[in-house]
Design a protein around this ligand. Sequence first.
Ligand code: ISE
Length: 327
Amino acid sequence: MVNVGVIGAGLMGSTHARLLTSAVAGAEVVAISDAVQDSAATVAEEVGAGTIHADALELIADPAVHAVVIASPVATHEPFALACIEAGKPVLCEKPLATSAAAAKRIVDAEVAVARRYLTVGFMRRYDPGYADLKTRLDAGAIGAPLLVHCAHRNPSVHEFFDSRMIITDTAVHEVDITRWLLGEEIVRATVLTPAPSGRARQGLRDPQLILFETEHGRIVDVEAFVSAGYAYDIRCEIVGEDGTLELLPPATVSERRDFTESLPLPRGFQQRFGAAYVNELQAWVASIQLGEEPSGPSAWDGYAAAAVCEAAVASLESGRPVDVDL
Ligand code: ISE
């Protein structure tokens, strides 16, 4: 059994704690920490975790904790990730890895200093069966060399603290990671265009955004990031290659026909759309710990590269011009 300590008892922390307890083999959640004691107590009771640490650094130092999930606010990721690396404990850190590329780079440097990988970033889409199939087919040469990737990332709505930059750093960051992974190359330039905002978007939110990424080998990725889409949680990805195209299918498994109409249900949110991905991500992480292996999932470098690309995109959002990525 891998004894896991979970830092953060909000939406993602409680989701990970629940999945580790109910859907993942070989793991037990033994400790929880959250700045809000009541939240920690509620999740601890639900998953049967015996210990609540008021201080996350105490959870990391707890000898009964073998591995750590960080799902606390992003500003806390850097100190907690560094403490895990120092303690030599495997750590799964939610995305984004840190608040800036410089902070993410310090995490990369800490692992380089100890010459071992401890950190996995929670870019769960790599574990989604649809994206995994895209990657397998692309790598097998099914459509020849990739030329373009068209993506859409639509949320029905977001919470009131969401600002225009977060549409890049919190939402489109998933496309940054998944397209770097699919194409196997770095993104070198970002350009953000903003049409007239949707009437559904909160006042002042530049939503939707059309984000263009250029890669080191000259491919172009376009991402429509739209967080006030209203109708569903809709994720699209089409890769155009020299010999054909590959496209994610809607995740529904059943279509319904009645009243002279055919309909497919669409997901309501990311937990539903990526439910399998979260379980696969946690299972792969736990299995690597059981085997004493370094993790093979998204690395600190991936978290750093994503942060650097997002920084360039945010600068483009603000200036209206293409901005080079500083890696
Ligand atoms: C959220 O944090 C996620 O990671 C979701 O996958 C994304 O769709 C959403 O926009 C983010 O706020």
